[in-house]
Ligand binder design. Structure first.
Ligand SMILES: [Zn+2]
Length: 146
């Protein structure tokens, strides 16, 4: 039996167009950081990538990728299964990052919790100026959205 929370996380583990990812894309567009491609065909298929600038951005689900900020507890049942699964995910994340960096890509990871209402402004304030510099784009200031 899969618990409700795990089930929800699984549904949230679709490859693209998750809610946090859609939010981030909307923010990128409104900030003038356009021209990205989705699921670009390089190791790890980053959710968002600017291939011409070799800038890649992964939007990581906290549950599957074991967010260091959230410090999620291990599911109560099937502990061995989950431990192996999470270890494999983390290993793949590290390998993908290393491969991309080796190939000259700049790799960003945004955790889904960093896109929640309370955290998103700080995330944008931190990340977007970096992206703008890497992309050689001018950051458009956003109107406050609430
Ligand atoms: Zn998190």
């Amino acid at each position: 039996m899969v618990s409700e929370a795990v089930h929800k996380s699984m549904q949230g583990n679709k490859r693209s167009d998750t809610r946090p990812e859609l939010l981030l894309r909307a923010l990128l567009r409104s900030s003038g950081l356009t021209g990205y491609r989705l699921q670009w065909k390089i190791p790890g298929h980053p959710d968002i990538a600017w291939p011409g600038k070799k800038v890649a951005l992964f939007v990581n689900g906290c549950f599957w990728h074991r967010c260091p900020r959230c410090k999620l507890s291990m599911p109560k049942s099937n502990v061995e299964y989950w431990s192996a699964k999470f270890a494999a995910n983390q290993k793949r994340d590290r390998r993908v990052r290393a491969e991309l960096e080796e190939a000259g890509w700049i790799v960003h990871t945004v955790w889904e919790c960093e896109l929640k209402k309370k955290a998103v402004d700080a995330t944008v304030a931190d990340l977007f100026p970096q992206l703008a510099a890497e992309l050689g784009k001018k950051l458009r200031l956003r109107e406050t959205e609430d």
